[in-house]
Design a binder for this molecule. Structure first.
Ligand code: CP
Ligand code: NVA
Length: 331
């Protein structure tokens, strides 16, 4: 066996459940990983989905436990992490914020130092991204971001998997991917992915609701090596024109409820409706991380239409996170 074929064998083995080079790593942002590492996660996500469809066992996390912390509501993240651990042969515990009262009943570092002694990984959905950083600092086990005010990396990994299913494996670099709406956590992770993977991303938001300058400039800097093209502007029609992918998210995210009236006043031109999607390519796919506020950021007609892949995205949360869990926790 040559050294080169050994490396290739190791990579193929890592995709199909063999030893993972990512054991012990945190996933706080997609920028924590190289393009090869993101590729490995995506390849394992596709592989895990195949195994599950064929009902083949993949109980790589037998006897392992995931602690789940939710400071905000969830349907998809809670259900897919718990079902994912079960399917991998392990177990997940929802620590129920009202019982644990992280940061109130005891400090975040002390919560991390306790969980570190009992479980194999922590998945947390938090208001402040800094809470995830503190958990990661004080726990030696992997900490996975289940959404913060900065980013939503697990969502975007599932979305990249979904785009590849509809547009072809390894074809992401040739697509015009457009995001129309609020430049917040989901957008940031999409921008992170674009910079690392070399994507053409167009982001159209109302003035004052653009994504973080820091996230955009860091992605553009990484994008110099990957040929990424990251455009941020305010015209939703420019983003939609000839797009292969149109992605949107709620106009009022969790924790921003007091801003709802002000947001409803400026966001309507950014609604993903038949007029806007009509500017895109005929085979455009329409994406939304969900939950959707039907009639606000997306119409029923578009969300329930033939080009919508929103429930594929929701399904792929399960597969992508099983890939993440199995690669970070290891067997
Ligand atoms: N998309 C997403 O994270 O959904 P939940 O808020 O229901 O977890
Ligand atoms: N931007 C949304 C995403 C929900 C999955 C929020 O933070 O509420």
């Amino acid at each position: 066996m040559t050294a080169a074929s050994g490396v290739l064998d190791a990579a193929a083995s890592a995709v199909s459940g063999g030893p993972s080079p990512l054991v012990g790593r945190d996933l706080l942002n997609l920028t924590d990983f190289t393009s090869d590492e993101l590729r490995l996660i995506l390849d394992r996500a596709h592989y895990v989905k195949e195994l599950q469809k064929r009902r083949e066992p993949h109980r790589w996390l037998e006897g392992r436990t995931l602690a789940m912390v939710f400071e905000k509501p969830s349907l998809r993240t809670r259900c897919t992490f718990e079902a994912g651990m079960t399917q991998l042969g392990g177990h997940a515990i929802d620590l129920l914020s009202e019982h644990m009262q992280m940061g109130v009943r005891e400090t975040v570092p002390d919560v991390a130092r306790n969980l570190d002694r009992w479980v194999d990984a922590i998945m947390a959905r938090v208001f402040l991204h800094s809470t995830l950083e503190t958990l990661a600092e004080y726990a030696s086990i992997p900490v996975i971001n289940g959404l913060s005010d900065l980013s939503h990396p697990c969502q975007i990994l599932a979305d990249l998997q979904t785009m590849e299913e509809h547009k072809g494996r390894g074809q992401l670099g040739g697509l015009k991917i457009s995001y129309v709406g609020d430049g917040f956590n989901v957008t940031h992770s999409l921008i992170d992915a674009a910079g690392t993977l070399g994507l053409e991303l167009h982001v159209a938001t109302p003035r004052g609701y653009e994504p973080s300058d820091h996230v955009v400039s860091a992605a553009r800097e990484r994008g110099k090596q990957t040929d990424a093209a990251i455009h941020v502007y305010n015209d939703p029609r420019e983003a939609a024109a000839d797009a292969d992918v149109i992605y949107t998210d709620s106009w009022t995210s969790m924790g921003q409820e007091s801003e709802r009236a002000a947001r409803l006043a400026v966001f309507p031109p950014y609604q993903v409706n038949a007029a806007l999607t009509g500017l895109a390519r005929k085979d455009v796919i329409i994406m939304h991380c969900l939950p959707a506020h039907r009639g606000e950021e997306i119409t029923d007609e578009v969300m329930d239409g033939a080009r919508s892949v929103v429930f594929d995205q929701a399904e792929n949360r399960l597969h992508a996170q099983k890939a993440i869990l199995s690669l970070l926790v290891g067997s």
